[in-house]
Design a protein around this ligand. Structure first.
Ligand code: ZN
Ligand code: ZN
Length: 419
């Protein structure tokens, strides 16, 4: 009995530390600032802790929008395509109103993987497109880092059971919490905020080197058969670790994070890439897939499972068949070493080198934050309503970078940085 209560206390204490990390290192909430929280309904217990932490950090006001994925499922079954294509002004304004006043955003996700796998893909595409369009201005606040924002994840029973199918619900929940705490460096021995600061210095070093190299192209090869040239735009910038919002506040957009990334030149990608992990897209699993690129566009694709979903994803709009992100993650990172498939991009993308189909981050090119979509495209940065990461890094991943004078230098060997 005592043991159990002690464990409970321990767990509560760690959740509090995790919430503190999200508020102080994640969004880095400022005294007097309003915080908008978007949360999956299963995360409510953690949300309460986070809201209290936010007030204690000096929040002026904290607003929570709860989201229930099960209700989405009902909507896809019972609502018409017409209704699903409508987004009312207030649904946009409930964010925009506050963002215009300088509010920051925190997403607390608690995914239910594969919940939507039997829903009509057409209806889902209609909805995704409508939301994508209506929320463009809202999304720009985060993709262009106009305000500080961050994402953290919280377990629920269904998710935990999917990750650890052979364990009881309680065991799986504890196990998933445990793994999440490890991956985000919430440990007993040191202040997590301090660990995040130290790691940030390492990211800064890597980014400084990659920016100095200013490679024209990267060449990726792997034991799965990947043989891909990814051109990089002139003036591209690598990013990773913390970033600085337009209000000059430093924040960490993803908790956890292990990646350094930049924007590819969307018209200069050639060759073939083999995914190294399944991709969960709008509740559906796409497995063992490959994409062939010519002049930047996906011209051929195959998947052992979920090919129709992949097809839907690629045809979402003009930009969704082009790349918008290339990210380097060492194979020996903590999340990769756990060898757990989390079924959520927030974790899985930090286990492996990845690419994203769809929009690029404007901050990945000099002056990009002040560019229009047309200007971004003219500089080689893709624009799209979607941004979907998929993993292709492996144990034997090799990456070479082509310098301005045509010489090639090693960046990755056997899955890890060698520069
Ligand atoms: Zn990424
Ligand atoms: Zn991404």
């Amino acid at each position: 009995m005592w043991v159990r209560q002690c464990c409970r206390w321990h767990m509560k204490n760690k959740m509090k530390q995790y919430a503190r990390l999200a508020i102080r290192s994640g969004v880095h909430l400022q005294e007097g600032q309003t915080l908008l929280i978007d949360a999956d309904i299963h995360a409510y217990a953690f949300v309460r802790i986070a809201v209290k932490e936010a007030y204690e950090a000096g929040a002026k006001e904290v607003l929570v929008n709860y989201h229930d994925a099960l209700l989405d499922q009902y909507a896809y079954v019972y609502e018409s395509e017409q209704t699903l294509s409508e987004v009312h002004d207030w649904q946009v304004m409930r964010y925009l109103d506050y963002l215009k006043d300088g509010a920051c955003r925190l997403h607390i996700i608690s995914p239910l993987p594969q919940l939507l796998k039997d829903c009509d893909p057409n209806k889902m595409a209609v909805r995704a497109k409508a939301i994508g369009k209506a929320m463009k201005e809202v999304r720009d606040y985060t993709t262009a880092s106009k305000v500080q924002w961050s994402i953290v994840a919280v377990p629920n029973e269904k998710w935990a059971k999917q990750v650890f199918p052979n364990e009881s619900e309680t065991e799986a929940m504890d196990h998933l919490w445990d793994q999440i705490f490890k991956c985000v460096y919430v440990v007993d021995t040191q202040d997590p905020l301090h660990i995040w600061e130290q790691r940030d210095a390492l990211f800064a070093q890597r980014i400084e080197k990659l920016n100095r190299y200013a490679c024209k192209r990267l060449h990726f090869t792997s034991e799965l058969g990947t043989d891909l040239y990814v051109g990089l735009p002139e003036g591209h910038l690598w990013a990773g670790g913390s970033e600085i919002a337009q209000n000059q506040v430093r924040f960490n957009a993803n908790i956890p994070t292990e990646e350094v990334f930049t924007a590819p030149h969307f018209q200069k990608v050639e060759g073939v890439v083999f995914a190294s992990k399944p991709l969960l897209y709008s509740g559906n699993l796409i497995k063992d897939f490959s994409l062939r690129f010519s002049e930047g566009k996906v011209v051929e694709y195959h998947a052992a499972q979920g090919e129709d979903v992949l097809d839907m994803l690629l045809k979402m709009d003009e930009g969704s068949a082009y790349l918008g992100e290339v990210a380097l993650v060492p194979y020996d990172s903590a999340i990769s070493q756990s060898e757990i498939l989390f079924y959520t991009t927030l974790f899985d993308e930090n286990a492996s080198c990845h690419l994203a189909l769809g929009s690029a981050y404007p901050s990945c090119v000099e002056g990009g934050l002040d560019m229009s979509d047309e200007q971004l495209r003219a500089h080689g940065l893709n624009t799209s309503l979607s941004h979907v990461d998929f993993m292709f890094g492996t144990k034997e991943m090799c990456i070479m970078g082509e310098l301005d004078d045509g010489t090639w230098i090693p960046i990755f060997e056997h899955g890890n940085f060698v520069m």
